[in-house]
Design a protein around this ligand. Sequence first.
Ligand code: ADP
Ligand code: MG
Length: 256
Amino acid sequence: MSTSTSPCRTIALFNQAGGVAKTTLTQNLGYHLAKRQHRVLLIDMDPQASLTKFMGLIPKELDKTVADAIIDELPLPIHTNIHSMDLAPSNRILSGAEMQLVNTPLRDFRLKEAIEPVLSEYDFILIDCPPSLGLLSYISLVAATHVLVPIETHLKAFEGTDELLQTLNSVRKANKKLSIAGFVPTRYAKSNSADVRALGAISSQLSAWGKIFPPIPRATAFVDASEDRAPLAVYDPKHPAVRLLEQIAQSLEVLT
Ligand code: ADP
Ligand code: MG
């Protein structure tokens, strides 16, 4: 049990690009927050359900998923205590939400409403967004108090940042409280001069928008850990990136 008296912080991990480590960071930062005695819920908002798989569940075998909460307004289905975290899982059924809710008034608030009944049970809720700017990301950002943006240390990562920042601005019309917790540079190879240049560009161009966290190194151990259905700190506790993930998790504690 956490001793924290802060209200729950709901953090959406968002970037419309795929493969930038949104899901990896959701699982790993959630794990370190849980190890620091916070009560943590992860919500998988991606129909591809990588987070659900990384947490050891089999998406197509699930009876209930976040789709039931989003499409049919049923309670969020929550699996408890997987690596000390709770999980609201997803599967492909969630991809129907966009079509099914097309004419539904107030659909943008469907995730926010689903979370409300459990807010007092958690210190942190981390929402793993899908790689798109569509409805599922939008309703995730409407439900969030903060957004954390994983960004690949690659110059092509800038191609989407204008749209990303525009999306955040447009979400603020529905969710004035949304604040940018920061940017986490990911898959960084310090021996690669292009990565070093990209990291410099991320720092100079995005620091006006939010904190730039230390870069997470590129390491195959992340792939191995996810295939092993475990956070990196469980798979390889001595891996150098573990300390970094712990530090980033710790700095999320000061968010208000
Ligand atoms: P996203 O959710 O943004 O699509 P994922 O978290 O699923 O991205 O990561 C995509 C792939 O990259 C996964 O196979 C994951 O294990 C791997 N990965 C994540 N972070 C790193 C890293 N720092 N170094 C190397 N591979 C990584
Ligand atoms: Mg993902």
